[in-house]
Design a protein around this ligand. Structure first.
Ligand code: PAF
Length: 282
């Protein structure tokens, strides 16, 4: 397994291997790798000769300095973990300068309105930061396929839109949410949960599952109000939003239609840790 920190070096390695016919599956990450990331890497390896894993805590997608500072950075452990998976992995762990070359700023994007919903309403500038880093990483890695988890469903939709708008020649593959045995969606942020919050957090998935059941017979408004009441009664978790949205537009559903596909989305705080999750409803 090779570890690169310099974009020129990884680019020349990839272009050499591509000229020999190798294909590359890309898994962009911010590190603190867990089983969810490893499942994306395994998926990439099963369809490509190499998996490239980037490990980079991207400053431009954080709207909160403290969140950026506290984001776990565990490069040595991450590399050791990837070594246990396969030798055909290239790790790209750049410095901020290798990516931003002294100008740590986001580009401005339009994602046809997808960026204004949910996370976009609560995390200003977040998707400009994500668009900026993903576009740059695609330019450096030039992958054949790129793998993104459905936990960040809005991010996945936005990356698909980015690729379409900029005609980037990569296939985006969305992968199922990986969960702990208790249902909690795997996330690098889970590492920071204090014990009592770790016990409380599976409530998010449990509530999503109950909401799905209710959505069979009740309106989106009724289900939303029910979920809000459940969180209001909870002593440790604070709901930021619960939204039932059309998966194409990500806009909240006003009236259910049989021809549309819906998903429920949650963001909630467990102490100062922001957790998100979502579930397909139909
Ligand atoms: O999902 C993430 O970990 C990040 O948003 C990504 C895609 C690696 C971009 O920094």
């Amino acid at each position: 397994m090779k570890v690169f920190s310099d974009k020129i070096e990884i680019q020349s390695y990839i272009s050499e291997e591509k000229s020999n016919g190798s294909t590359f599956g890309f898994v962009p990450t911010m590190g603190a790798l867990h089983e969810g990331h490893l499942s994306l890497v395994k998926e990439a390896l099963s369809n490509n000769n190499y998996a490239v894993v980037s490990i980079f805590v991207n400053p431009t997608q954080f709207d909160n300095e403290e969140d950026l500072e506290k984001y776990p950075r565990t490069l040595e452990r991450d590399v050791a973990l990837l070594k246990t998976v396969s030798d055909s992995i290239l790790v790209y762990a750049p410095s901020v300068d290798d990516i931003y070359e002294g100008n740590t700023k986001s580009e401005q994007f339009s994602f046809d309105g997808l960026e204004f919903e949910m996370e976009g309403r609560f995390r200003e500038g977040h998707f400009d930061g994500v668009g900026t880093i993903v576009k740059r990483l695609f330019e450096i890695v030039t992958p054949n396929n790129a793998y993104f988890g459905e936990k960040d469903f809005q991010q996945l939709a936005i990356v698909k839109k980015l690729v379409e708008k900029y005609h980037i020649p990569v296939t985006i593959v969305g992968c199922k949410i990986h969960r702990e045995a208790n249902g909690l969606a795997m996330s690098s942020r889970n590492e920071r949960l204090k014990p009592e919050y770790k016990i409380a957090a599976p409530f998010i998935y449990k509530t999503l599952k109950e909401a799905k059941e209710k959505f069979g017979t009740k309106s989106a408004k009724e289900v939303t109000e029910w979920v809000e009441r459940q969180f209001a009664k909870h002593k440790l978790l604070e709901l930021e939003y619960f939204i039932i949205a059309d998966i194409e537009t990500l806009k909240p559903v006003k009236r259910k239609s049989k021809s549309k596909t819906y998903r429920a989305f949650v963001a909630a705080y467990a102490d100062d840790i922001r957790l998100i999750d979502n579930l397909a409803l139909n």
